[in-house]
Design a binder for this molecule. Structure first.
Ligand code: ATR
Length: 289
């Protein structure tokens, strides 16, 4: 029951109506009998004044925090009182926590990715990885991997310059990160190196409604030694993951990362451990609707 003591969090983004996060978090609150609610908070794009008003509105309305999604993950940053080193390095905030009247920004995407990877029994420390894509999601994944002592990451992107910018901003100097132009040939060649243990798709290729798309060329077999992680979760089993399973590689869907980044935000807001199984089940229910 919503009453005068109900604590509020929400999702700032546009559009938000298809987001799984409200169902995921509200299921978690219900399972733990917490008097909290998670609301969709649509904030129009290209309305800078509204992003500021929305963020300050969290304080004015006594919200405990919020998630932030596309297209406002960067735009909210200049309206916050504090930003974590991780969020600064990724260049985006996905979680706001109201702490003693101050707006604090975090990014749980990178750690959520690594947590999901470990849940799938892949330990990145000392391993080599290929990350396809160079957008915001790729930045979070690369940050998560570098923070967990991965040996080397190659970022492959259709637009090489974007991968080069990511690499130079995120630790190209360390020698652990390099950029490569994405073509079917470069991807197959890079993935065929026996040192590579992990292939991550951070692009939207394969996402509904273009479900037949795949970053991996049809005629080639995926190396069976790979763990293939697709950030896409709609559909849950993308064409890329089907190809991975057929070739004997380990396939990891994007719902694990969504749940883990949500769970990390949940703990920051409530101080309570998140019920992962409840959250995943709520997401799967929403996807089937
Ligand atoms: P996000 O913040 O979710 O990562 P984004 O910043 O729009 O989204 O980045 C999307 C990524 O998917 C980019 O790396 C994009 O490649 P470009 O930088 O060349 O645009 C990649 N991408 C999207 N569609 C693609 C396609 N059909 N083939 C290959 N890469 C694609």
């Amino acid at each position: 029951m919503i009453d005068g003591r109900t604590q509020l969090v929400g999702l700032i983004g546009w559009p938000v109506e298809h987001s799984l996060s409200p169902a995921m978090h509200n299921a978690a609150f219900a399972a733990l009998d917490l008097n909290w609610r998670y609301l969709p908070l649509p904030v129009r794009p290209r309305a800078t004044a509204e992003v500021q008003a929305a963020v300050h509105g969290l304080l004015a309305l006594g919200f405990r925090g919020a998630n932030v999604t596309v297209p406002h993950k960067q735009a909210v940053m200049k309206h916050l009182d504090e930003i974590s080193n991780t969020a600064r390095a990724i260049g985006a905030v996905n979680t706001i926590v109201v702490q003693e009247g101050r707006l604090c920004g975090y990014n749980t995407d990178g750690d959520g990715f690594v947590a999901a990877l470990r849940q799938a029994h892949f330990e990145p420390a000392g391993r080599q990885a290929l990350v396809v894509g160079a957008g915001g999601a790729a930045r979070a994944v690369v940050h998560g991997l570098l923070s967990s002592e991965v040996e080397r990451v190659t970022v492959l992107n259709r637009t090489l310059e974007r991968a080069q910018v990511l690499v130079s901003e995120m630790g190209g100097h360390s020698g652990r990160l390099r950029a490569l132009l994405l073509t079917p040939e470069t991807l197959v060649e890079a993935a065929s190196s026996p040192e590579i243990g992990l292939l991550v798709n951070t692009t939207t290729v394969g996402m509904w409604p273009q479900v037949d798309g795949s970053i991996w060329p049809e005629s080639k077999t995926l190396p069976a030694s790979l763990t293939v992680f697709d950030l896409v979760y709609n559909p849950l089993e993308t064409h890329l993951l089907q190809e991975a399973s057929i070739s004997g590689a380990r396939a990891v869907d994007g719902l694990g990362m969504l749940v883990m980044q949500g769970a990390l935000a949940f703990v920051k807001w409530t101080g309570v451990q998140a019920p992962l199984d409840v959250m995943r089940a709520a997401c799967e229910r929403e996807l089937r609707r």
